[in-house]
Every structure is written in C-alpha cells, then in structure tokens.
Design a protein around this ligand. Structure first.
Ligand code: GDP
Ligand code: MG
Length: 185
C-alpha cells in the first residue's frame, strides 16, 4: 500500500490554504501564505492501515488559477478542487482546470499503456468553500451539484472558517476512494 498524494487546487483566495490547514490541524488561522507551493506530510489511519499522506497546497498567481505543472498533475492520486460560493469566476474557471488535469492524465496513459489503470487512476472532489458567507453567495448549491454530477465526482459545500467536520468529511472520503482503488489494483 503506497502513500497517497493529494493536490488542492483552484483560483486565488478561494480558501485552498485555509482548507488544507483546517484539515491538518483542525484550526482556522485566517491569513495564509500563498506565494509558494507547500507540501504537507501527514499520517492517518485508513481501514486500520497507517497511511502516509502528502498534500500539495498550490500557490496562486495574482488574479488567476493555481498553475499546476504537468509533473504535479501526474504526481497526484487525488484532487481537491476548490471554488468559493461567493466568487463566480472561481467556479467558472473550474471547467478549464479540470480539462487540463484530464488532458495530462490521458496523455500519460499513452506513455504507460499496458499498465494504464495502475498509472492513471485518480479521483476528484469538488468543494464550494465559504458557505458561512451565504449573504454574498453568487454560485448556487444546485450549480455546484450539477458540475459534480457531470464529472461523476462527489461534491460538498463547506466553511473552512466555521467547521473542521465540514472539511474533513469530503477530504476523508477522497482519501478512502483513493485508498480503496489502490488496494484493488
Ligand atoms: P487560497 O489563495 O485559495 O489559498 O486562499 P486562502 O486560504 O489564503 O484564503 C483566502 C482568504 O479567504 C483568507 O483571508 C481567508 O481567511 C479567507 N477564507 C478562507 N476560507 C474561508 C471560509 O470558509 N470563510 C470565510 N469567510 N473566509 C474564508
Ligand atoms: Mg493559498
């Protein structure tokens, strides 16, 4: 059973760092350094097995997406794809982001034909963050659900500011999915 690598990705200021730190420490600080990529190492029990997790909290350029390199996309077993429910642009940009991930993973598939599943399996979860800011909402819950449905992946609205459990549930779900897939391969 190998380690599990997760990438947290999405537009600037959607709360990628807040979500990552909340998941790892159960705390919310409020201000986060976001100008460099940070890899956190973490251990957790999955199915009674001690599992090493690495979580890449991707930096964001000014006004844009986090820029994932091909290498980072290949490194990942799972993607935590984040937008903010009060930032429509961050939601609209997810389609391109996810297409990029799929394109890279599909091209990788060609390199490793014969071992395709083993090399190419990955899972995603879509997270709409900042659910505490209901009064500033510009993306409806239905839209988030609909996007996740077209991608056939889980979806959750969460508040990194308000709740550890909000955040932990979908991230743990993703870890479990990745773990179960690796066990099957
Ligand atoms: P990143 O650029 O995606 O890593 O975003 P950050 O994690 O640095 O968060 C950007 C800003 O949004 C910071 O001021 C955070 O305090 C704030 N923020 C993050 N998550 C939440 C949340 O769930 N609710 C609210 N109200 N603010 C949040
Ligand atoms: Mg950040």
């Amino acid at each position: 059973m190998g380690d599990i690598n997760l990438v947290v990705v999405g537009s600037e200021s959607v709360g990628k760092s807040a979500l990552t730190v909340r998941f790892l420490t159960r705390r919310y600080i409020g201000e986060y350094q976001s100008d460099t990529d940070i890899v956190y190492r973490h251990q957790t029990m999955i199915d009674g097995e001690q599992t090493n997790i690495e979580i890449l909290d991707v930096s964001t350029g000014k006004g844009g997406d986090s820029l994932l390199t091909d290498k980072q996309i290949r490194w990942a077993d799972g993607f935590v794809i984040v937008y903010s429910i009060c930032d429509r642009g961050s939601f609209n940009r997810l389609r391109d982001l996810i297409r990029d991930i799929r394109d890279i993973r599909a091209s990788e598939n060609n390199h490793h034909h014969g071992h395709r599943d083993q090399y190419n399996h990955y899972s995603m979860v879509i997270i709409g963050n900042k659910s505490d800011l209901e009064h500033r909402r510009t993306v409806s819950t239905e839209e988030g659900k609909a996007l996740a449905a077209t991608l056939e992946c889980p979806f959750a609205e969460v508040s990194a500011a308000d709740s550890y459990h909000d955040v932990a549930k979908p991230v743990q779900g993703l870890l479990r999915t990745v773990h179960d897939t690796k066990v099957m391969l």
